[in-house]
Write a protein that binds this ligand. Structure first.
Ligand code: UD1
Ligand code: MG
Length: 474
């Protein structure tokens, strides 16, 4: 299909009054990403970024900042006076800049986030094939309430007479089943020729883009509708938090299905929260109530146990995350075993076959192959070699109240339980730290470091104390 003649407008200027939220509607997230970014991603499959015009208005600076990195163009609708008014601003933009008009315009709504590239392609192809001035993407959901309805000249005809908004439906139109998705194709010249004829004579006192259908028909232009062949969820709008959470669940289930089709086992997928961009290798098992967020990548043959939450982390093959691991912005190499209840904060790099056990917290810490910290430790700003054993209760004292200091631990070092390593400090290869040591000086290779006071034994002390006490009571 020839889409090179298409420009794309994304209407994203509205406030989203029905959300009752301070955050602009198009910046609310589903599947771990702002609505607008989902729409831009779909648009990018049809046109290059510079031919995508994002119409922004309410909290424009915030919306622009969130979408800037995609490279799309922005058009300001300073006052939001309706979807028709939004496109009037686009027309003004072309007039002011002298930019060449695209032959056709694909118009997307910033609050219809599940739209799929294949559906957009089908819409554009249908629009071109029908030689229409306007083509409306429609659907027939179980409950059409709230949506504009598309009225065809007859049920089987492609031609449309009008789009009627919910509040303007006549009694005999209330049950009209076919909804306007808010996604359209226009011949740009026909749209721009009629945009200034829109009026605000309606329930909201706004310029409705939907009124353009009847205006084009009155101007003897061809207006047609295409019923989406995809899932109905694809074209549903997110106008309330409840609608948004419905779409969030639908999108996440879609992500889980994609992963399952690639050989990932997901037990009770409806309980898992998996963001849209997450990738997982085959034969990995994901237990119920797992969260995989951001751009997390999990290798093959891993097991992620229940209640683990992993954000923007790369995990190799054959990794085991036992129950309740909290991991963010880290890397875990193949064969590593973590948890239960390990906490990897940003910048943790766990080497191959390494073990991080229960209630171990790490931050900016690199651990080499086969090293182990199996219980109750804090390892921050530390570089740890391979074959190291970190005993239970080991603490890197990395912060002096003002600055952070590094701890360096060589290969095959043994750190006995309950040691405090006061940074900056270096334990060289094969060093051996006696349990319960407070280490304040660097330890040379192969040396034993004892950092605790000697034990004193007082034989018979307990019975002597008891005897003294009973004498006092006499
Ligand atoms: C709109 C359609 C309705 C359709 C529904 C599908 C109109 C008048 N109605 O209703 O027929 O069934 O979408 O989801 O178009 N926007 C702007 N500037 C504005 C107003 C809105 O950019 O001045 C943007 C919004 O940010 C939003 C999109 O346009 O992304 C649609 O606006 P919204 O208020 O959600 O329209 P609906 O009531 O959903
Ligand atoms: Mg809407």
């Amino acid at each position: 299909m020839e889409t090179s003649s298409f420009g794309i407008a994304i209407m994203a200027a509205g406030k989203g009054t029905r959300l009752k939220s301070r955050r602009p509607k198009v910046l609310h997230e589903i599947g771990g990403q702002a609505l607008l970014l989902h729409v831009i991603a779909a648009a990018r499959t049809i046109a290059p970024a510079e031919k995508i015009y994002c119409i922004i208005g309410h909290e424009a600076a915030r919306v622009r900042a969130a979408a800037e990195s995609t490279g799309v163009a922005f058009v300001l609708q300073a006052e939001q006076r309706g979807t028709g008014h939004a496109l009037q601003q686009l027309k003004a933009h072309f007039a002011a800049t002298g930019e060449a008009l695209p032959d056709h315009l694909l118009v997307l709504s910033g609050d219809v986030p599940l739209i799929q590239p294949s559906t957009l392609e089908a819409l554009c192809a249908f629009h071109l094939g029908e030689r229409a001035a306007m083509t409306i993407l429609t659907a027939v959901p179980t409950d059409p309430t709230g949506y504009g309805r598309v009225l065809r000249t007859s049920p089987s005809a492609a031609e449309v007479t009008a789009i009627v908004e919910q509040k303007s439906l006549a009694p005999d139109q209330i049950s009209a089943p076919e909804i306007n998705s808010g996604i359209y194709c226009f011949r740009t010249s026909a749209l721009f020729a009629h945009l200034d004829s829109l009026s605000t004579n309606n329930a909201h006192g706004e310029f409705y883009l939907t009124d353009i259908a009847a205006l084009l028909v009155a101007g003897h232009q061809r207006v047609v509708a295409l019923k989406s062949s995809g899932s109905v969820d694809e074209v549903l709008g997110a106008n309330t938090i409840e609608e948004m959470m419905h779409l969030d669940a639908a999108m996440r289930l879609g992500t889980a299905r994609r992963l399952m089709a690639q050989g990932v086992t997901i037990f009770r997928p409806e309980t898992c929260v998996i963001d849209a961009q997450v990738e997982v290798g085959s034969d990995t098992i994901i237990e119920p109530f797992v969260q995989l967020l951001g751009n997390t990548k999990v290798g093959s043959e891993c097991r992620i146990a229940s209640y683990s939450a992993v954000e923007s982390t790369t995990i190799g093959d054959n990794v085991l995350l036992r129950h309740g691991c909290i991991v963010s912005e880290s890397t875990i190499a193949s064969g590593a075993k973590l948890g239960p209840y390990a906490h990897l904060r940003p910048g943790s790099e766990i080497g191959e076959e390494a073990h991080i056990g229960n209630f171990v917290e790490t931050k900016k810490m690199k651990m080499g192959r086969g090293s182990k910290a199996n219980h109750l430790a804090y390892l921050g700003d530390a570089t740890i070699g391979s074959g190291v054993n970190i005993g239970a209760g080991t603490i890197t004292c990395n912060y002096d109240g003002t600055l952070k200091h590094p701890t360096k631990i060589g290969n095959n070092v043994f750190v006995g339980s309950n040691s405090t390593l006061v940074a900056p400090i270096s334990l060289d290869d094969e060093a051996y730290i006696a349990a319960a040591s407070c280490i304040t000086e660097d330890v040379p290779p192969g040396a034993l470091a004892l950092g605790r006071s000697r034990q004193t034994i007082k034989p018979g002390w307990v019975s002597a104390r008891k005897a003294a006490a009973s004498k006092r009571c006499e």
